[in-house]
Design a binder for this molecule. Structure first.
Ligand code: FAD
Ligand code: PYC
Length: 413
């Protein structure tokens, strides 16, 4: 047993030390203001401080730390994308994730499970083969496999050919993983705060003061601060913030729901996704089944959840795992996904000189937290987006240079 744990157990009072400092007073100005205290904003703050030595930074979060999509996602990490640009970008994130507990000195409970994307039609088999080839070309481990090998990895999956959508093949991606989403955000927050970054919870940005081509001040419910540079990292609220800066984004926001079951004995090692059945499932280290499906069919800024989603999801889930019919659901919730037309994010510079964008994270941004934080910190520090972000620039939409990743989304739309 580690010595620290033993010492903690023997203490008369077991108060957990506070490692994220309480919200301080706002200073009159900061070199960098980061809007949004989710995983992305906090990761960017951490890398600004650690890699670039920029610590006069305020992270402004309207609610509590990482209480937005970071708290609501199903924590799937993978790099089995369709475009070479996407694969390389997410692969850098997977590599950062693999060392993140050590880097942060904080256990993010990273668990490598393997990821199976099921193909139920000939067209889906073709797409999986395509993804496997692009992945291998970029040095990422993915392979098309067939029912006999799928059975070895997931013996409890219904592989009967006598069902509505028989499983013909799957894209197997061994590096596919899950991690504790809150821990990722807390680890980055603690690391950033330790180096002098200020984290302001309950601090809502209500306006941006623009002079010419610059944002000179950020208005909040706690006062106005002057800023050298601004990074917007507000996920499902991207269009609302961009609006304050006078920017229009090609994004619409739709709710995405998920749920967990009561805990069960471990029976499911890999993460399983079925595009045709519009479901995905993994089993957490606590034994709960973490499940999700398609985005809601209409745009809405809301985190309510619906009975319709639950009923549809369960009907499809039971086609894959009929023996789960007596299992109870524990919780259901929703987040807000900011969807781009090409299912890729928007990162980098904007038409404003000192305003940088980290947006368009739809249903896929948790896995990108480390790479996005690191590369957006680089963009803010140098004023120029690195090559790895080029494919995701905002201007791609007016240049007809979209980065189409619809075929690699885990979630139906
Ligand atoms: P957030 O965590 O949402 O942080 C943005 C923060 O900005 C919020 O805390 C919000 O309160 C704050 N904010 C907004 N407006 C203001 C304002 N005016 N002033 C100050 N603060 C403001 N991705 C994956 O890779 N794998 C998955 O398995 C996965 N599953 C998902 C399942 C669900 C149900 C949902 C909803 C999403 C899922 N995602 C997944 C997507 C992922 O959750 C997001 O893309 C990711 O969390 C975005 O991180 P973020 O830090 O940018 O956003
Ligand atoms: O991007 O892998 C993903 C994902 C799974 C569930 C939601 N997003």
């Amino acid at each position: 047993m580690p010595f620290g744990l033993l010492k903690y157990g023997l203490l008369p009072s077991r108060r957990v030390p506070r490692r994220i400092p309480p919200t301080p007073e706002l200073k009159p100005s900061y070199d960098v203001v980061i809007i949004g205290g989710g995983g992305h904003g906090l990761a960017a703050a951490y890398y600004l401080a650690t890699v670039h030595g920029i610590t006069n930074v305020a992270v402004l979060e309207k609610g509590y730390l990482a209480g937005g999509n970071t708290a609501r996602n199903t924590a799937i990490i993978r790099s089995n994308y369709l475009t070479p640009e996407g694969v390389r970008f997410y692969d850098e994130s997977v590599r950062l994730y693999q060392g993140l507990s050590n880097e942060l000195g904080f256990n993010i409970l990273y668990s490598e499970r393997g990821h199976l994307t099921l193909a139920h039609t000939d067209a889906a088999v073709r797409t999986m083969r395509w993804r496997a080839e692009v992945n291998k070309h970029c040095g990422v481990n993915s392979e098309l496999i067939f029912p006999d090998d799928i059975r070895k990895l997931a013996p409890s999956l219904n592989l009967s050919q006598d069902v509505r959508y028989p499983i013909l093949a799957a894209l197997h991606h061994p590096p596919g993983s899950i991690a504790r989403h809150d821990a990722v955000a807390w680890g980055y927050a603690i690391g950033a705060a330790r180096r002098g970054v200020e984290i302001h919870q309950q601090t809502e940005v209500t306006g941006l003061k623009r002079e010419g081509n610059r944002i000179v001040a950020v208005e909040t419910n706690r006062g106005t601060v002057a800023c050298g540079k601004v990074l917007q990292a507000v996920a499902g609220s991207s269009t609302r913030l961009a609006d304050m800066a006078g920017l229009r984004l090609p994004i619409k926001t739709v709710p995405l729901q998920a749920c967990v079951s009561q805990p069960l004995k471990p029976f499911l090692d890999p993460i399983i996704v079925s595009g045709s059945l519009h479901v995905y499932i993994s089993q957490s280290s606590r034994g709960e089944l973490v499940m999700g499906g398609s985005t809601d069919p209409y745009p809405l800024y809301s985190t309510r959840s619906t009975l319709e989603f639950k009923e549809t999801l369960m009907a499809h889930m039971l086609e894959m795992f009929p023996f789960l019919s007596e299992v109870r659901l524990l919780r259901q919730w929703a987040g807000m996904a900011d969807m781009t037309p090409d299912f890729s994010p928007v990162m980098g510079e904007t038409p404003l000189d000192n305003y940088y964008l980290d947006a368009g994270w739809g249903t896929w941004g948790f896995k990108a937290t480390p790479v996005c934080g690191k590369r957006m910190a680089e963009t803010v520090a140098t004023g120029k987006a690195p090559d790895i972000l080029h494919a995701f620039r905002l201007s791609r939409f007016e240049e007809f240079a979209q980065a189409g990743e619809r075929g690699a989304a885990s979630v139906g739309h």
